[in-house]
Design a protein around this ligand. Structure first.
Ligand code: GCO
Length: 475
């Protein structure tokens, strides 16, 4: 097909999440989230890093929005911290917390930047985790719904693009299979049970949204790593098929069609690990079709056969030492293997722009929904040099190639709404600490320097500024 330009109303964005940037973890009446508690347990995060201060966006919001305006962003994706606005997770709202997001939204709109609001980016109120185990109890559906309704009523006049759950797949896999996010369990039965309840909560949010923000659009963000087979051996094709079914379609089919993939469901039933589906559940899921799919794309994964006594799930590389990622899988279904065709980042993430095109094509053909790229970017070690400069040519190269893939996918027929690069400033990487940087804006972290946490524009900042100014023609 012939190459089409980016549409005129394309959102040129960048993204963040509350816990990764705000800091102010106990300021102005904020309650604790599960992350505030989890990071205090020894050995949970890289060198014990936490988001108590993060990049202090809570106090430097005006400065950060001014940088966004200077860059020319037309969209900014951020998340609201549930316990900042409802310290106990439900009940009495915290006006100071709500007012912070009012100021942020108004500051964005004043500069012509469209706010894209994420309702849940992993910071479950600790109070609800303590009371009933968060996503493991159906009471969370009402509590999450009430929290969402509070935000829809408060911000729905000004915010028209909303993300419901961010990376339910990745977050709950870490939380209930890999024991690397709170509550740090490794139990497949509880994993599928928690996901089922999270799907119902997502559906509740969408139904409330239809009533309260009828002129808005909403969808979940999904961490999509398209699967590849390691070879054309039928056993590898089967492994690839299993991976698509269990790691992708399980979420995407359920969000978009209210239907679990049947092969995966049959396997889980046989293992006694399928979720308990009550009468009315599947109808509730099917009724809440999203307006778009939020795509978080970083890498593809390549799969090979894994015998019944093969390797199980393994923790990812959190050190930034290349080549330290083990093969990870589900015995009898699939396991990952390095793709010899692809370069990798220092965290062993395959760099694969064509994979983004494939992701967009698969989403378009299977779900026939518009897609908003809610995250795409490169986490790397960056260095401050030559005075105050960061020559992140590798990030520019990564983004340039991924934007080219977006343009190809648009030409293929994808209805792409926008591109939110991950991330605007450097952020706290949940498990990799502050050394894994993603931003266009470098955050100096030297406590001996009075200008600690100062903002420094990286080379990629000026590059993205030019891309936006040219509507994506100049990359
Ligand atoms: C990290 C991750 C995150 C995610 C984001 C997911 O290094 O911690 O890459 O930054 O991209 O939070 O939605």
């Amino acid at each position: 097909v012939s190459l089409k330009p980016f549409p005129d109303n394309f959102l040129w964005g960048a993204a963040s999440a509350a816990y990764q940037v705000e800091g102010a973890f106990d300021t102005d009446g904020k309650g604790l989230s599960v992350w505030d508690v989890f990071v205090r347990e020894p050995g949970r995060t890289f060198e014990g890093s936490n988001g108590d201060v993060a990049v202090d966006h809570y106090h430097r919001m005006e400065e950060d929005v001014a940088l966004m305006a200077e860059m020319g962003l037309t969209a900014y994706r951020f998340s609201v911290s549930w316990p900042r606005v409802l310290p106990q997770g439900r009940g009495q709202a915290n006006e100071a917390g709500l007012a912070f997001y009012d100021r942020l939204i108004d500051a964005l709109l004043a500069r012509g930047i469209e706010p894209v609001l994420t309702l849940y980016h992993w910071d479950m109120p600790q109070a609800l985790q303590d009371e009933y185990g968060g996503w493991e109890d159906r009471r969370v559906i009402d509590d999450f719904g009430d929290y969402c309704a509070l935000l829809f009523r408060r911000y729905g006049d000004r915010v028209k693009t909303w993300v419901s759950l961010n990376e339910q797949n990745y977050n709950l896999s870490n939380a209930y299979l890999l024991a690397t996010h709170p509550p740090a369990l490794a139990d497949r039965k509880r994993f599928y049970a928690a996901n089922h309840i999270a799907f119902l909560a997502n559906a509740r949010a969408i139904m409330l949204f239809r009533q309260l923000v009828p002129d808005g659009r909403i969808g979940p963000s999904f961490a999509y790593s398209p699967a590849y087979p390691a070879s054309c051996a039928p056993a590898d094709l089967l492994a690839f098929d299993n991976a698509e079914e269990f790691t992708n379609h399980w979420w995407l089919d359920t969000y978009c069609y209210g239907r679990y993939p049947q092969v995966a469901l049959a396997w889980l039933r046989e293992q006694g690990e399928a979720p308990d589906i009550l009468p009315g559940d599947m109808a509730a899921l099917a009724a809440a079709k999203p307006d778009f799919i939020g795509l978080n794309y970083y890498y593809t994964l390549t799969y090979t056969d894994n015998p019944p006594d093969g390797v199980g799930l393994q923790r990812i590389n959190t050190t930034g030492q290349k080549g330290s990622t083990p093969s990870s899988g589900v015995p009898g279904l699939y396991r990952t293997t390095p793709n010899p065709q692809l370069e990798t980042s220092n965290w062993d993430w395959a760099i694969d722009p064509t994979g983004l095109r494939i992701a967009l094509r698969r989403l378009t053909s299977r779900y026939a929904l518009p897609v908003l790229i809610t995250e795409n970017g490169l986490g790397e070690f960056d260095r401050l040099e030559d005075g105050d400069q960061v020559h992140d040519v590798y990030r520019i190269d990564y983004l340039r190639r991924h934007l080219a893939a977006c343009q190809e996918a648009i030409s293929d027929g994808a209805a792409l709404l926008g591109f939110c690069a991950w991330s605007f400033t450097d952020i706290l990487s949940w498990l990799n600490g502050y050394q894994k940087r993603y931003g266009f804006v470098y955050i100096n972290r030297d406590e001996t320097d009075a200008r600690d946490l100062r903002r420094v524009r990286k080379d990629s900042f000026f590059w993205y500024q030019r891309v936006i100014a040219s509507g994506g023609r100049e990359r």
